[in-house]
Each structure stands twice: as structure tokens, then as C-alpha cells.
Design a protein around this ligand. Structure first.
Ligand SMILES: Nc1ncnc2c1ncn2[C@@H]1O[C@H](COP(=O)(O)OP(=O)(O)OP(=O)(O)O)[C@@H](O)[C@H]1O
Length: 242
């Protein structure tokens, strides 16, 4: 494996007397889609909040492109785009206005680059014809894709998505899946996606990281866990009860 874009190195998070995350380690490479799976309360959101610097680990290190999220925060987080809770937008704005406003948080985007960058992002996520419509007229799938465009504003190398397909209809799920696979293939992004929708993950993930009660239970290539023709849901259940 080349040098990882993200490294979780023996991370523990204690809340009160409890280790919500206990000595977790894994690494993510560019150009791959990782599924992050575990039952309710396993610690997925807690881990993703530490990966994006929203909360501090009790011990261990998270490095993004070799920068420690705690001590080299700005450099580390400049490589990451994330949707941790559903993206929240001012619904009276148009998609383009939303991106324009948020782009001002990225000092690297010059005013000359701003509009072409936004136009490219709208095109990338399939919203170029709808950029001047108000967000309140968007379907949930369009809002999720606008969220992806938002997370791409700073030209990251890694995208963290927490339950991105929740609430989407089958067409919305498929559009989101196609977009994620296309971005992996065209721009070599790494994706780290937490979801309970195992059929969705099975269709797009190169690798899986499975946690239970705060510990990594299994990690590796999807095809290593799921034999030909088997459903990830069945393999997951077998693991949970093993
Ligand atoms: N601020 C907090 N205070 C107390 N307990 C917490 C806090 N945050 C998380 N927990 C506990 O940590 C555990 C892991 O929670 P977390 O939300 O990370 O799980 P999850 O895998 O994301 O679950 P879900 O699939 O339901 O979203 C749970 O038992 C939760 O109750």
C-alpha cells in the first residue's frame, strides 16, 4: 500500500467511564471507496467526528496526508470534505448562491476562479441546469448532490459521508452511487461512507471496515467478505453473531 491519505492509529474515545471507541486502527488509500459499517451505537458517528476534528480522541492519533488532526489541524482538514449530518442549506437561496457563499470560506479560491469553479462543481454533481433554482425546490437527492458539491469546494482528496443515502428513493440512491463511483474513477478521491444500507454499500465499496462496540471487527476488500452471489447483509449477520 502507498502512503495512506488517512490513518487512524490506536484511537480510543472515552465518554464518562465508557470506551465508546477502543484502540481502533485502520488506513484509507486514495482511489478507493470504503464502507464503514456497524450496528446502532457501535461508534461510527463518534469516529467520523474525530476524523473531522469535531471532537478530540482520548488517546491515539488521526493523520490526514501525514498531518495530525490535533496538532496540524488546518493542513490536515484542508484535504477533507465531509457531510457528517445531513447538509443544511438556506432553502431560499439558489444552489449556485449556496456554493458561492460557502466558497468564501476557502481562501484558496480567488474571485476570478470562483464562478468557473462553481459551474464545474454544479456540472460534476449533475445540477448544472438547476443551479439557479432555489434549494427549497430541490428533491432530497438533489440536496445531497449539492452537499457533495459543497464538500468538493476546497478540492479535497478524501470525502467523509455519514449516511448519505438515508431517505433517498431508489433513483436518488442510484444517482448518488453513480456520482461517487464516477468521482473515485475520474479524480482518484477516497470515500469513507457510513451507512446501514448494506445493499448500497455492497454495490460501490472496494473495502469495508466493520466495527462493533467501538472495536474494529473486520476490515478488508469487499469481495473477501462477500462470496460471489452472497449478500453483504448475510455476511454481516454471520460476523455479528460469530
Ligand atoms: N456525547 C455523548 N455522551 C454520552 N454518550 C455518547 C455521546 N456520544 C455518543 N455516545 C454513545 O456512544 C456510543 C456510540 O455512538 P455513535 O453515535 O457514535 O454510534 P453510531 O455507530 O454512529 O450509531 P448509529 O448507527 O445509531 O448512528 C453510543 O452508545 C452513544 O450512546
Amino acid at each position: 500500500m502507498g502512503s495512506p491519505i488517512l490513518e487512524v492509529d490506536r484511537i480510543t474515545k472515552s465518554i464518562g467511564q465508557r470506551n465508546v471507541i477502543a484502540e481502533c486502527s485502520f488506513a484509507l488509500e486514495k482511489g478507493k471507496i470504503y464502507g464503514f459499517i456497524g450496528p446502532n451505537g457501535a461508534g461510527k458517528t463518534t469516529m467520523m467526528r474525530m476524523m473531522t476534528g469535531l471532537i478530540r480522541p482520548t488517546s491515539g492519533h488521526i493523520r490526514i496526508d501525514s498531518f495530525d488532526v490535533q496538532t496540524r489541524r488546518v493542513q490536515a482538514l484542508s484535504k477533507v470534505g465531509a457531510i457528517i449530518e445531513s447538509p443544511v442549506f438556506f432553502e431560499y437561496m439558489t444552489g449556485r448562491q449556496v456554493l458561492r457563499n460557502l466558497s468564501r470560506l476557502h481562501p484558496d479560491i480567488t474571485s476570478a476562479e470562483r464562478e468557473p469553479h462553481i459551474e464545474r462543481l454544479l456540472h460534476t454533481v449533475g445540477l448544472s441546469g438547476r443551479g439557479d433554482d432555489r434549494v427549497k425546490a430541490y428533491s432530497l437527492g438533489m440536496k445531497q448532490r449539492l452537499g457533495i458539491a459543497q464538500s468538493l469546494l476546497g478540492s479535497p482528496e478524501l470525502l467523509l459521508l455519514d449516511e448519505p443515502s438515508n431517505g433517498l428513493d431508489p433513483m436518488g440512491m442510484r444517482e448518488l452511487r453513480d456520482l461517487i463511483v464516477r468521482l473515485r474513477d475520474s479524480a482518484n478521491y477516497a470515500f469513507f461512507i457510513s451507512s446501514h444500507l448494506l445493499d448500497e454499500l455492497q454495490q460501490m465499496c472496494d473495502e469495508l471496515i466493520i466495527i462493533r462496540e467501538g472495536s474494529v471487527l473486520w476490515k478488508g476488500p469487499t469481495e473477501q467478505l462477500v462470496a460471489n452471489g452472497q449478500r453483504l447483509e448475510d455476511a454481516f449477520m454471520e460476523l455479528m453473531y460469530s
